[in-house]
Design a protein around this ligand. Structure first.
Ligand code: CA
Ligand code: CA
Ligand code: CA
Length: 415
């Protein structure tokens, strides 16, 4: 039986090649492109979709990557033309059928903001308009308080927005050091916060009405952030942009609609895959950049993405062929058993680390983006973070997706 993804000459060789290719790049999705680097409030870090219980799907995304404990970031506001959109395609054409448009008001003295989610359908869902029917409204959780505010609507819809622990976990520095994973590893993202938005809503809200078929269970999700009609970031699966798109084109990639991904970016991604010695056919699995799921099947990456999914271990195991492969880290805070699922925000100053000791003069920096223990400070202003080296993940995702699609994944073997 074929492995879904074949390495050139072993994991170390691939890893070395990847590190050489991307070691100086910014994070995979945190600060993935110039526009998002310049606007942390609109810089998507991760996107998740998982079981929300009682027929709901928890549509989740995070922004404000690499927030230091004590910092109290807010969401971009309507007054500044900022908009967050959760786009759903429920008929497989990569065109959104529903858009949940999330908008925020100006923060009060505690940093809490009004938040409103409107639902646009059809052609309107494919625009950067904030309009639509109000689905749910309420307030964010003040970044200075721990107890999450849970907003509810009569339909069983729930909404949370506020500061939480960054749910992503990965021993990034061990990876960058040349795959020197050890047990226990060090979660690069430990102790850092993000601003999370969790919308738990009935699957039928975006499945059936758009489809006219109550039994429809498959859909795909991505998130788009924009300011005054200009897309700042968009994301479905992790790391697609950072890994496969050249630096000077990253904003343009973010500003492309998924339906146009293959036409506009396949040749670029093919070139990147060739550069990595990977199968160029994987481009058809990498694009469009949409996180797909089927509510009739067991949840878990690649079927949606749960907070607890150890995507790094899964990919290390995939690419190495060893079921024991791991970076030996898990998340540093406890995910909640129920809504809003995301762990409580970190409040303790980060301990100094060997990586941080050298460049930073203090363990706690006043601004998240500037002084974090980011290993990749090449261009400055960036928050090198998130799934930084998720090339593995992405390639593995492509491999699995290609296999699940029935595509042929060839062995590329140069030495
Ligand atoms: Ca981003
Ligand atoms: Ca569609
Ligand atoms: Ca964490």
């Amino acid at each position: 039986m074929k492995k879904p993804f074949i390495l050139l000459g072993g994991a170390a060789v691939l890893g070395a090649a990847l590190i050489a290719s991307f070691g100086a790049a910014s994070g995979a999705d945190h600060g993935d492109a110039p526009l998002s680097k310049a606007n942390h409030q609109l810089d998507l870090a991760d996107v998740y979709a998982f079981d929300g219980g009682s027929g709901n799907v928890a549509l989740t995304f995070t922004v404000n990557p690499l927030t230091m404990p004590g910092d109290k970031p807010t969401f971009g506001t309507t007054q500044h033309g900022n908009l967050y959109q959760i786009k759903i395609d429920s008929n497989g054409d990569a065109v959104p059928d529903v858009s949940y448009n999330v908008s925020f008001g100006e923060p009060n003295s505690d940093g809490a903001q009004s938040v409103t989610v409107r639902r646009a359908r059809g052609a309107q869902a494919d625009t950067l308009s904030a309009g639509g029917d109000v689905v749910i409204e309420g307030t964010t959780t003040s970044p200075g308080t721990g107890a999450p505010v849970i907003n509810s609507a009569s339909s069983g819809t729930k909404l949370f927005a506020g500061l939480r622990d960054d749910p992503f976990f990965f021993d990034l520095n061990a990876f960058k050091a040349g795959l020197k994973f050890r047990d226990p590893g060090t979660n690069f993202f430990a102790g850092l916060n993000v601003s999370g938005v969790v919308l738990s809503i009935a699957a039928e809200d975006f499945m059936a009405p758009a489809q006219g078929a109550a039994t429809h269970t498959a859909a795909g999700v991505w998130v788009v952030t924009s300011a005054n009609g200009t897309v700042i970031d968009r994301m479905g699966r992790p790391a697609i942009n950072t890994v496969f798109i050249p630096k000077e084109l990253k904003d343009k990639f973010n500003q492309t609609k998924p339906a146009d991904d293959l036409a506009q970016w396949k040749s670029t991604v093919v070139a990147s895959l060739n550069g990595l010695g990977s199968d160029p056919a994987l481009a058809d699995a990498l694009l469009p950049d949409i996180l797909t799921f089927d509510t009739s099947k067991a949840w878990g990456f690649l079927n949606g993405r749960q907070l607890t999914d150890d995507v790094i271990d899964a990919e290390l195991q995939l690419v190495t062929g060893s079921k024991a492969a791991s970076d030996y880290v898990s998340n540093d805070s406890t995910f909640l058993g129920g809504f809003p699922y995301l762990g409580a925000p970190n409040t303790e100053p980060l301990p100094p680390t060997p990586e941080a000791a050298a460049p930073a003069t203090a363990p706690v920096a006043p601004k998240p983006a500037a002084a974090v223990k980011a290993p990749n400070t090449g261009t400055g202003g960036g928050s090198g973070s998130d799934n930084n080296m998720l090339i593995w993940l992405v390639l593995g995702v492509a491999g699995v997706a290609a296999v699940s699609m029935g595509a042929t994944v060839a062995v590329r073997g140069r030495k």
